[in-house]
Design a protein around this ligand. Structure first.
Ligand SMILES: [Zn+2]
Length: 259
């Protein structure tokens, strides 16, 4: 079968604050990318142990890039961070999707590095009236293609959020959030063992998880943290300004949104 793995960086074990690990000029950015690459390899090993014919495509979903291509196992094909177009490499040919190293949506109490797309600018977001973050929008995009998200890793808050959106999803909690900029984390080796084991379990339960579907037409409502941000959103949909900090984008296709 064919598997799509969407990676982020903030939910990797060991990576516990934004400034120290997740930005281009962070002192441990190179190490963070190495750790995430090793988690991706562990996820791929788990999938391949349950499905020897697995075809695995990973999309690097972290803003500045979170993966080191030379560190990846032979089983993994990579779509690097960059101008990959609105589908992010997603298509109907995938049998299931995995969300690796995720963070909770903006505003989630206690959650480690919680945000929705922008770390500073987005206060909250809704899809068709349901408050969601990046995971919700991207799971819905996959759902519109008929692809279920069957596994997620990250801190306990990210995994709880995924569990609310997608009943029955397999989770790998690699750190326990203490606050937005600190967490109690598993060691990389321990996290990779957990990721490998649970990814294999998830493959065995593929048929049990239904794709996350929202009915078109779609609305993406965004509340910004400041008044000067409303005019900054790039979009191909129809934009309705609600007040100085809140806009709603309307579209018939989820991929018209800035996902
Ligand atoms: Zn990220």
């Amino acid at each position: 079968m064919k598997y799509y793995i969407l990676t982020d960086l903030e939910g990797a074990a060991g990576v516990t604050d934004f400034a120290g690990w997740c930005m281009h000029d962070s002192p441990r950015y190179d190490l963070a990318r190495q750790l995430l690459s090793e988690e991706l390899n562990a996820c791929a090993r788990g999938i391949c142990s349950a499905d020897a014919q697995a075809e695995i495509v990973a999309w690097d979903g972290h803003g500045g890039g979170g993966l080191e291509v030379q560190a990846l196992d032979a089983s993994v094909q990579l779509i690097p961070r960059g101008p990959v177009g609105p589908t992010l490499g997603m298509d109907q040919g995938f049998d299931a999707a995995f969300f690796l190293a995720q963070h909770a949506r903006a505003g989630t109490p206690r959650a480690n590095m919680s945000h929705s797309y922008s770390y500073e600018n987005h206060d909250a977001m809704w899809l068709n009236g349901v408050e969601v973050g990046e995971m919700g929008f991207r799971a819905a995009a996959l759902g519109a293609l008929g692809v279920p998200v069957i596994w997620v890793s990250g801190d306990d808050c990210a995994c709880a959020e995924a569990g609310e959106l997608i009943p029955g999803i397999t989770t790998a909690v690699v750190k326990k959030a203490i606050d937005r900029e600190v967490a109690q984390t598993m060691s990389p080796a321990g996290a990779q063992r957990l990721i490998e084991r649970t990814a294999a379990q998830a493959v065995g339960k593929i048929g049990n998880i239904v794709p996350l579907r929202f009915d078109p037409p779609y609305s993406m409502r965004i509340r910004f943290t400041r008044d000067d941000l409303v005019d900054t959103i790039p979009t191909r949909g129809r934009v309705e300004v609600e007040d100085s900090r809140t806009v709603t984008i309307h579209a018939d296709n989820l991929f018209d949104f800035p996902l």
